[in-house]
Design a protein around this ligand. Structure first.
Ligand SMILES: [Fe+2]
Length: 214
């Protein structure tokens, strides 16, 4: 609404990301800069679109209005998915969720075993193209499922709760690995998963990510 005071998003810091196994600090630092760009773009787009509305320029026939509106999904999910991704990584991580955890039980229910779930998730990570692999929970049925998301926004099931988020854009690994070595990066990702965060996202009503309005 015109005149409404809208809070901007604030770039988050992720202090637990140093010393990961197989994902270098340089790789993370570069990746965090890209993430910061998405936060800036979300804020800029919101400001510009609010400005257009206030000036009576909100029109579906206006190419500038339409293009900026279409970009919202890309920039928002570029910000949001990175916040989930960085916060589900940590050093000195356990290789698997605790077998007694609700997460392990939910995975086993759908996939037969944690190993089978991991095979499926990693196979998706090895798919061609840039995007994300995400373990979601359908809040309506509590069913867990793995999904491929192209770019940042194509393939996200509406209202599903993200539990584990893996970035498989080339920018996520090409400082440490070659373009042809994505599978190595995916294996490294699995050595740095904060399973307690994943478990907490499953338990919480909504999967809370570190985000704050400035
Ligand atoms: Fe990324």
């Amino acid at each position: 609404m015109a005149g409404m005071k809208v809070k901007a998003y604030k770039e988050q810091t992720f202090d637990q990301l140093h010393g990961l196994e197989g994902i270098s600090d340089d790789q993370i630092a570069e990746h965090l800069k890209l993430y910061a760009g998405y936060v800036k773009q979300v804020n800029a787009l919101n400001e510009q679109l609010t400005g257009m509305l206030a000036k009576g320029k909100a029109s579906g026939k206006d190419p500038e209005f339409a293009e900026m509106t279409r970009r919202l999904g890309f920039e928002y999910n570029g910000m949001i998915l990175h916040e989930y991704y960085f916060s589900n990584l940590r050093g000195a991580a356990e290789p698997r969720p605790s077998p007694r955890s609700a997460l392990a039980q939910a995975l086993t229910e759908v996939f037969g075993s944690i190993e089978q779930w991991q095979t499926d998730f990693q196979a998706m990570g090895d798919m061609r193209g840039i995007g994300w692999v995400i373990l979601f929970e359908d809040p309506a049925t509590q069913r867990l499922s793995n999904h491929w998301v192209t770019l940042h926004q194509d393939g996200v099931p509406a209202g599903f709760k993200p539990l584990l988020v893996m970035d498989v854009w080339e920018h996520a690994f090409m400082r440490d690995y070659k373009a042809t070595e994505k599978a190595k990066y995916v294996e490294a990702f699995f050595r740095n998963i904060d399973w307690q965060i994943v478990e907490r996202r499953l338990q919480d009503e909504a999967a809370v990510r570190p985000a704050a309005a400035a």
